[in-house]
Design a protein around this ligand. Structure first.
Ligand code: ACM
Length: 478
């Protein structure tokens, strides 16, 4: 809900930010807003405890009586005198700051110290909270490896659009990308290449901690994925005794899928799976572990189901909730398990187990799909996906038998077969990722393509300042 009234708030040299003094977390959110304002304005923007403020202040406050705002909702009231941001939880303050950012002129993203600029925020009153609890993006760091800094750059984009999950696809046939101490050959032998034959790479535990910390500061959860029992070739190079694949394990730089598999009838396979899930769960603070489970072409249905059910037990044993691609609904799922729809309506079977769904319908939100036949990057096996396709759909009516209540959230995956660096990722993600972010955040009744298309083009100047690559869709009024 937005109400606009009166003259704007002006940020000037003396503007200060006042925060709930008792909370170090709110202070650090205040510091993030201060840093954002200092960079382009050159103003000092002090951050101080509430109680000493005068007119002309920006106030960030937690209010326990605003429980209805949930974990991420916020209320923003801007008058010519003050900016007041209130939330039930710190994450709501962080989301609200992104709104303040978007209400300021695009030059707020510059670094030029534009002291004499008119830094105004329109007078308004907003009460805002997300439609879905899980609003994600996935980055495939296996087909091509992305550095920690590149992952952080993508996290910055997620934060700007109020997404709260980055799902990292950490292993596939082409590369194993995460250090596991009990299985050192995973990275020593399985990380050495990528699609097309480049050098690949992997995250050390310290690298992974760095990514987690960067994400946490932006209230973004990391969901790690180890794809199994197929998409597993990179793991089998160092541990060939676990292989039941059609081809002998060797470094693989192509893009076929479904041909590799763990031997699911061997006990030692489950020792391996236990080692990996135990270590990766211990280094991941979030409650979810994604086990892949997709595109298995070399096992019988019985073998597949038995494997998924055993892995579910292992994931739960280490205190995590399992997420798996929609194929896992062939197995008996626990109600805490989440089925990740991507290609069909088979995920509806999850509802019968009391499980919830994440929706990533490929013809809508697979960001590696080409926009049009002329798009140089990406694939097109699901569809050509223009910006309007990503925006103009309703998760609650997308699948028969699935209602709003059954949906945990929406995620936009990006598979990296054709994407060698984060600039290429951004070209496919922008403006579709902001479109999906709005699908996931904003209630259906107040979403509308005409409004989105005119609002999103105004972000062009921000993307330019931030060095974010994007696609100039002919559907938008640039
Ligand atoms: C998938 O795209 N194979 C989940």
């Amino acid at each position: 809900m937005v109400l606009a009234v009166g003259s704007p708030f002006q940020i000037v040299r003396t503007t200060g930010i006042y925060v709930d003094g008792g909370s170090a977390e709110v202070t650090s959110i205040g510091e993030m807003l201060a840093a954002l304002i200092r960079r382009p304005t050159g103003f000092p923007v002090a951050v101080s405890p509430i109680g000493t403020q005068s007119a002309g202040s920006i106030i960030l406050r937690l209010a326990p009586d605003r429980a209805a705002l949930g974990d991420e909702g916020y209320e923003l009231k801007v008058t010519s005198d003050s900016v007041s941001l209130v939330a039930n939880r710190p994450a709501g303050l962080f989301r609200g700051i992104q709104t303040i950012r978007q209400l300021l002129p695009p030059d707020i993203e510059s670094e030029m110290g534009l002291e004499r600029y008119d830094w105004s925020i329109p007078a308004l009153s907003i009460a805002d909270k997300p439609r879905f609890a899980y609003r994600g993006a996935m980055l495939d760091v296996s087909r091509h490896f992305f550095t920690v800094r590149e992952v952080e750059q993508y996290l910055d984009v997620l934060a700007l659009y109020k997404l709260n999950v980055l799902h990292l696809h950490l292993s596939d046939d082409q590369g194993w990308r995460i250090q596991i101490d009990s299985r050192p050959k995973l990275t020593a032998m399985g990380s050495l290449t990528q699609v097309g034959g480049g050098p690949g790479g992997f995250y050390t535990k310290q690298d992974y901690q760095d990514i987690l910390r960067y994400a946490q500061a932006r209230y973004i959860l990391i969901v790690p994925e180890i794809d199994m029992p197929s998409h597993i070739n990179a793991a089998l190079i160092g541990y060939p005794e676990l292989a039941c694949s059609a081809r002998p394990p060797a470094l693989y730089t192509g893009t076929d899928v479904g041909w590799s598999s763990l031997c699911v009838d061997k006990e030692e396979t489950y020792d391996f799976v236990d080692d990996v899930i135990r270590e990766l769960s211990a280094m991941t603070p979030g409650p979810y572990f994604h086990i892949g489970g997709d595109e298995v072409k070399t096992l019988t249905p019985e073998q597949y189901v038995k494997f998924i059910e055993r892995v579910q037990t292992i994931v739960n044993k280490y205190g995590k909730k399992m997420i798996g691609w929609e194929e896992i609904t062939k197995a008996h799922l626990n109600p805490t398990t989440i089925a990740h729809q991507w290609k069909s309506d088979s995920a509806t079977a999850a509802v019968a187990y009391g499980s919830k769904l994440i929706l990533s319908p490929a013809p809508k939100v697979y960001l590696d799909m080409k926009y049009t036949p002329a798009t140089e990057l990406g694939q097109h096996w699901a569809a050509y996906v223009e910006v309007r396709d990503s925006y103009d759909w309703d998760p609650a009516t997308y699948m028969k038998g699935v209602t709003e209540r059954d949906i945990f959230g929406v995620e936009a995956p990006i598979w990296s077969e054709t994407l060698r660096n984060i600039t290429a990722v951004e070209y496919l993600a922008i403006p579709r990722l902001p479109a999906v972010a709005e699908v996931a955040w904003t209630p259906q009744a107040v979403r509308n393509w005409e409004s989105f298309r005119t609002r999103i083009v105004t972000h062009q100047q921000r993307w330019n300042y931030l060095g974010i690559n994007f696609y100039r869709s002919p559907q938008l009024p640039w």
